[in-house]
Ligand binder design. Structure first.
Ligand code: ADP
Length: 455
């Protein structure tokens, strides 16, 4: 069975509720209006009889009517009978047969005579053994008519109200759900066309559903951005790998044709070795980044002496620096304890210092400073090297981004991944990393990480 739409469910529910409520209200009115009308009629007949009685007096065993006695008062016919039930005064309303109405003292009742309902009230007067009956009669026809009118109103208004409630409810819910339908269509379009650049555009007033659409749009934006980055990454990675691969293949092929010339072969092998080393470095970094990109990558927190670690890294760098006459300076506050991932911290320091050495000039220096401030470990790696242009400073954190491949082409293994790795490490430790650099003067990289986890 096809499931009912929410629109239909809401409409059915409200229409049902309206029917039920109207049913209750009208039954209530019907019952109480009927009673009220009967009560009103009873009061009217009784009042007419009692008021007429005041206009009667007895003289010498005869009753006497005052001058203002009226036989028809307020819709009620007043009849006077003697003790035997013979009509003495007053005229029977047409259609009322008094033989059908047996006398009953002070009792109001309804009598049906010739298909008309009559309200009858009798009162017996006694004077010196003489009996006189006063009777008030009123057709309750007009009341029945009123009731019929009410009934008619109910009969006509219920369906109209129910239809109104049904259509109104359906219309309002349809309008309310329109943005959801639009949203559904938009999301389906995005899904079917696999086009993440599409967005949900809603018309009409701003309401909660617009808020939801905006949230979705925000999500699509982020998805699109991360897909873009992913696409770019794959394209860049394959491009980066293709170049050394084709160099290796062409040199290997060339070497095979030159087997009788050891010098040529040697040169080819050296090129192959260089390219393979570069590729190996690239693959290593790619693997690390791929692992880093996994959502639930776990970092191993431990408390260690980060000052000692920085000293060790600096020592190692000193050897590398020596090759290109670059001196390493340290300004490391001793015994700084940090709760962090030791391996990643080492990688961070190494990446920054290696860059300091690589992008330096002859007789330059690289300085590492480490201190503590406000429960944060602050590390600064500065150099007086070639510096980075302002407009490039934002991009250097991107994967594979190299400022100018010409100025780094002499170096092996510059993959453009070092700083993106550094940034990832700092992010993982809920820290920040910034660069301050001037072209031709040097650079200062500063990172801050909380001293303890969750701080
Ligand atoms: P790479 O493998 O090319 O060093 P990185 O991500 O480490 O990749 O750095 C990105 C770019 O930022 C480099 O190509 C380089 O031009 C620039 N850069 C990084 N560190 C420095 C520095 N200390 N001085 C000048 N330029 C730097």
């Amino acid at each position: 069975m096809k499931r009912l739409s929410i629109k239909m469910k809401v409409t059915i529910w409200y229409t049902g509720l309206i029917i039920l409520m109207l049913g209750f209200v009208f039954t209530f009115i019907w019952l109480f209006a009927g009673q009220a009308v009967t009560y009103q009629a009873e009061k009217q007949v009784k009042k007419a009889v009692i008021e007429s009685m005041e206009d009667i007096s007895f003289q010498d065993r005869h009753f006497k009517r005052d001058d203002d006695f009226e036989f028809y008062e307020d819709g009620v016919s007043i009849l006077i009978y003697n003790g035997n039930g013979t009509l003495l005064e007053g005229s029977l309303p047409s259609g009322f047969n008094d033989e059908e109405a047996v006398f009953a003292h002070d009792r109001i009742r309804t009598i049906v005579s010739k298909q008309t309902e009559w309200m009858v009230y009798d009162y017996q007067l006694n004077h010196d053994g003489q009996n006189v009956w006063m009777r008030g009669v009123m057709a309750i026809d007009p009341f029945a008519k009123t009731m019929n009118i009410i009934f008619l109103i109910v009969l006509v208004s219920i369906p109209i109200l129910v239809l109104l409630a049904g259509f109104g409810g359906y219309w309002i819910t349809k309008k309310a759900f329109k943005p959801i339908e639009e949203m559904n269509r938009a999301v389906n379009e995005i899904k079917d066309g696999k086009d993440l650049s599409k967005r949900i555009r809603l018309s009409g007033a701003k309401d909660e559903i617009h808020g939801l659409a905006e949230t979705f749009n925000g999500m699509f934006e982020r998805l699109e951005a991360s897909f873009e980055i992913e696409k770019q990454f794959t394209a860049d990675a394959s491009h980066e790998l293709r170049t050394p691969t084709s160099v290796i293949i062409s040199h290997a092929e060339y070497a095979l044709t030159q087997l009788d010339k050891p010098a040529e072969v040697k040169e080819a092998l050296q090129t192959i070795l260089r390219q393979s080393t570069k590729m190996s470095e690239l693959i290593n970094q790619l693997l690390q980044l791929a692992r880093a990109n996994q959502e639930n990558v776990s970092i191993t927190y431990e408390t260690f002496d980060i000052s000692e670690l920085a000293e060790i890294v600096a020592e190692e760098m000193r050897e590398i620096g020596e090759e290109s006459d670059i001196s390493i300076e340290t300004d490391i506050e001793p015994n700084l304890k940090a709760e962090a991932d030791q391996t990643l911290m080492m990688r961070l320091l190494m990446n920054l210092m290696m860059n300091g050495i690589a992008y330096n000039q002859e007789n330059g220096f690289v300085k590492i400073k480490l201190y503590e401030e406000n429960n944060q470990i602050i590390g600064e790696v500065s150099d007086n090297g070639i510096g980075i242009e302002k407009k490039e400073q934002e991009k250097i954190w991107e994967r594979f981004y190299r400022v100018d491949s010409a100025r780094t082409s002499t170096r092996n293994g510059n993959t453009g991944l070092g700083l993106s790795m550094a940034k990832w490490i700092v992010d993982m430790h809920h820290g920040t990393i910034t660069v301050n650099s001037q072209l031709g003067k040097g650079s200062l990289f500063q990172f801050r990480i909380p001293k303890r986890r969750n701080e």
